[in-house]
Unconditional design. Structure first.
Length: 151
């Protein structure tokens, strides 16, 4: 059975009556819950961070794939770096990427080949303080670049 749902057509309508937007959304996606809302919030926060995200290639990081680093912005998730996956040398953070937690080097999203993950974890270990300072807006992009240590 296919349902037809009318949802607000502008952000202004959503802001004016978020409860109505949620009702319309749930009518089309009956199991929409807080987990889905949190995932949408994270996706929107990640989109906003694209403008603040910096990319560094192997000559800076020592990691074969491009490493993307961003400040926290409005993200609800923990500090992490992104790795370009396909293509590996892409400097476009909208390409296929994977995310690795700065805290423990765990893969948070996507799939990372074992050798790449090991390299990313080594990079994180060497640069955790600088990565977290950038995440928390304590340093700017130039200071981040100066503090990064290649693996």
């Amino acid at each position: 059975m296919t349902a037809t749902v009318t949802i607000p057509s502008s952000a202004a309508e959503v802001v004016a009556d978020p409860a109505e937007f949620l009702r319309a959304l749930r009518a089309g996606v009956p199991d929409f819950d807080y987990r889905a809302a949190a995932a949408l919030a994270d996706a929107l926060a990640d989109e906003e961070l694209l403008a603040e995200m910096v990319s560094y290639r192997k000559d800076v990081t020592g990691v074969d794939n491009t490493v993307f680093i961003s400040p926290k912005g409005n993200a609800q998730h923990a500090a992490r770096i992104k790795l370009a996956i396909d293509p590996a040398g892409s400097i476009d953070p909208r390409s296929k990427t994977a995310s690795v937690a700065i805290a423990d080097g765990a893969v948070m999203a996507g799939e990372v080949p074992a050798a790449l993950l090991k390299a990313a974890q080594r990079f994180i270990d060497l640069n955790r303080a600088a990565l977290l300072d950038y995440w928390e807006y304590r340093i700017d992009t130039e200071e981040l670049r100066q503090r990064l240590v290649s693996i």
